[in-house]
Design a protein around this ligand. Structure first.
Ligand code: HEC
Length: 169
């Protein structure tokens, strides 16, 4: 695991640098490498994934209210579904190794993400698939199927959070 060694070494070096300069408050930014082996800034990556989840949450709410309107706005549901599907496809890449708590950054990402990468990927795919089903249902103006797909989406959020996200205190 060359990349892991690199990350560990980098973190150790940064910790040493921080200790030597005795700087408090302005700790050097931890870095890790992404799937392509490029260096990425951990704090920036965590920010990006939070923004991605916020966008997913916002689209989920938009889909729900458009579907529950007196006359469902299927075009709005379809657009929200596409947005969720696209953002679900970004999840896995936003969790490069080394971007968990071991980085020293504030994150609710549990180590299970990197211990069970196939399960994490499957959990993200479950959300993308459910969003695809929502889009199909919305495009067919099928409120019943859309409601069922919304349930699947909610289950996909919860399923992943239960296993891979730390509970809020
Ligand atoms: C594949 C796993 C997975 C799926 C699917 C998933 N989440 Fe998350 N979510 C996470 C993890 C892990 C975090 C914690 C990220 C961190 O703190 O670095 C998180 C964090 C969040 C956050 C907090 C973002 C912040 O500002 O800190 C929100 C909101 C959220 N998810 C909403 C949702 C919603 C809504 C869905 C479903 C429509 C969803 N998530 C689906 C794994 C997932």
């Amino acid at each position: 695991m060359a990349s892991k060694t690199l990350v560990t070494t980098t973190l150790a070096a940064l910790a040493l640098a921080a200790a030597m300069t005795g700087c408090k408050g302005s700790e050097p930014a931890a870095t890790t490498t992404n799937a392509s082996g490029e260096a990425v800034d951990v704090a920036g990556t965590i920010k990006a994934r939070e923004a991605n989840f916020k966008a997913i949450g916002k689209a989920n709410k938009a889909a729900k209210s458009a579907l529950e309107a007196g006359t469902p706005d299927f075009a709005a549901v379809s657009a929200a579904a596409t947005s969720i599907q696209t953002d679900a496809g970004k999840i896995v890449d936003l969790f490069p190794k080394g971007s968990g708590k071991e980085s020293g950054e504030k994150t609710q990402a549990l180590p299970t993400i990197w211990e069970k990468p196939a399960e994490f990927k499957a959990a993200a795919e479950k959300l993308a698939t459910a969003a695809g089903a929502l889009k199909t249902a919305a495009d067919a103006k099928d409120a019943k199927a859309a409601t069922a797909a919304m349930g699947e989406i909610g289950g996909a959020c919860k399923g992943c959070h239960d296993t891979f996200r730390e509970k809020k205190q």
